[in-house]
Design a protein around this ligand. Structure first.
Ligand SMILES: Cc1ncc(COP(=O)(O)O)c(C=O)c1O
Length: 424
């Protein structure tokens, strides 16, 4: 690992939690240079929904390269882009009655978030954006300003004006309607809240701790936005692309956002981000919001293969089935270790196991890695273990991964007991 410590910036993060050199990967497994296998419950933070080195994607890419398909074409028209737009429209948008325009932004999630808030401000001629407590939208300046966690914000020394944070669903406990509070502030012209151009929301706050907004809360939010002429942006970068069960995470609630940000798994592991928005919001002048890497042809090819998973109900049904497996397995862990006061939350194939004892989830993640599982943390204080396996994981590997979590927690609990009795 010397070369990484020697010349790669201290900013590197995940390599510290998983300190091996990965050489290959396949499906739900990653293999390090010594040949050791790890089950991947992190899936590139939700990028590898269709698994590592997915055969369909690889074959399509090899074919494309063999045929000398262009890699980089700015935002010019290409065959790969034509196929992707057609596939997205036919398989995802039209069947859901979503007549969105598609804008390709720079290739990472934060690029599409920046684009969304810029467009919203431009259209409404207002500067304020409402975001929610524990929200995570990326780390470039605009996205950072609407991200809650001070760990990311404190050292940026940016102006945080033009953004207001509202309490997310259940932030003030199960009995307080945070939407009533938001509505009251909007209706009161002396509340101090500037009428926002847009509200940006994650239906499930993945980085924020796997906090799940109820469908009722989302519907109320959509009504409030409509009543006060505010654009509703759903940030579906992490929990879209099937993670929450349907292709879009908001489908269950029945809302129709004005804009949707997509990235991560849309490109099957290759960098790609896009913004979807209502046709009448397409008010850009040609070339007004531009950049060099918009429209990665290899990602278009990969994305077309990914979208084939949505040609029928198979993947959706498999997610429902694996949801039950995950729920049962993780709830059993909660029951087995009552002394942890753990709580479980989940939808589709994203689950959070919250453990109040400070630092315990980090220990679990570390022990899981020693035992052959890659699993990450979420929440303001890393108090949540986040289960994010590839959607295509086979049942046996899924169960094995959950068993490693159980085993690792068991070992740590036993060691703690040993320490306590040793101390006495
Ligand atoms: C909901 C959400 N929005 C935006 C981002 C930022 O995406 P990126 O890291 O690709 O810039 C993330 C990344 O985790 C995310 O989860």
């Amino acid at each position: 690992m010397r070369i990484f410590e020697q010349i790669e910036s201290r900013v590197r993060g995940y390599v510290r939690s998983f300190p091996v050199i990965f050489e290959s990967s396949e499906g739900s497994l990653m293999i390090d240079e010594s040949g050791r296998q790890y089950i991947d419950f992190f899936a590139g933070a939700g990028t590898l929904n269709y698994g590592h080195n997915n055969e369909r994607i690889n074959n399509a890419l090899i074919e494309y390269i063999k045929n000398k398909g262009p890699f980089h074409t700015l935002d010019m028209a290409t065959t790969a882009k034509k196929k992707f737009l057609t596939k997205l429209n036919d398989t995802i948008l039209q069947p859901r009655n979503l007549d969105y325009k598609v804008q390709f932004t720079g290739p990472t999630g934060t690029n599409t978030v920046e684009t969304a808030i810029k467009l919203a401000r431009m259209i409404k001629g207002r500067s304020n954006i409402v975001s929610f407590t524990n929200g995570y939208h990326g780390l470039t300046m605009g996205s950072l300003s609407i991200t809650g966690n001070t760990f990311y914000r404190d050292e940026a020394y940016i102006s945080r004006s033009n953004v207001s944070f509202m309490p997310y669903d259940s932030y003030l406990g199960p009995d307080v309607s945070t939407m009533d509070y938001f509505r009251k502030l909007l209706a009161d012209n002396s509340s101090g809240l500037d009428l926002p151009a847009a509200v940006i929301v994650e239906t499930i706050q993945a980085e924020g701790g796997v906090n799940i907004a109820s469908s009722e809360w989302l519907r109320e939010l959509a009504v409030v936005c409509y009543e006060f002429d505010i654009l509703l942006i759903v940030d579906d970068i992490q929990v879209g692309n099937g993670r929450a069960g349907d292709f879009f995470s908001f489908e269950e609630s029945g809302i129709k956002p004005d804009m949707v940000t997509l990235s991560k798994a849309i490109g099957g592991g290759l960098p790609m981000a896009l913004l979807l928005f209502r046709q009448d919001l397409d008010q850009w002048k040609p070339g007004e919001h531009t950049g060099t890497f918009r429209g990665n042809n290899l990602a278009f090819v990969a994305a077309c293969e990914c979208l084939q998973y949505w040609d029928n109900m198979d993947l959706g049904n498999a997610i429902k089935h694996k949801f039950k497996i995950m729920k049962k397995g993780i709830e059993a862990i909660v029951k087995k270790f009552p002394e942890l006061n753990a709580a479980v939350r989940g939808r589709g194939m994203i689950f959070g196991l919250e453990i109040p004892e400070r630092g315990f989830c980090s220990q679990i993640s570390e022990r899981c890695f020693e035992n052959g599982l890659i699993i990450e943390l979420a929440g303001a204080d890393d108090q949540v273990l986040k289960f994010l396996p590839p959607l295509v994981i086979d049942e046996e590997t899924l169960l094995k991964g959950i068993a490693i979590v159980e085993q690792s927690i068991g070992e740590l609990v036993e060691e703690k007991k040993g320490k306590l009795t040793g101390e006495m």
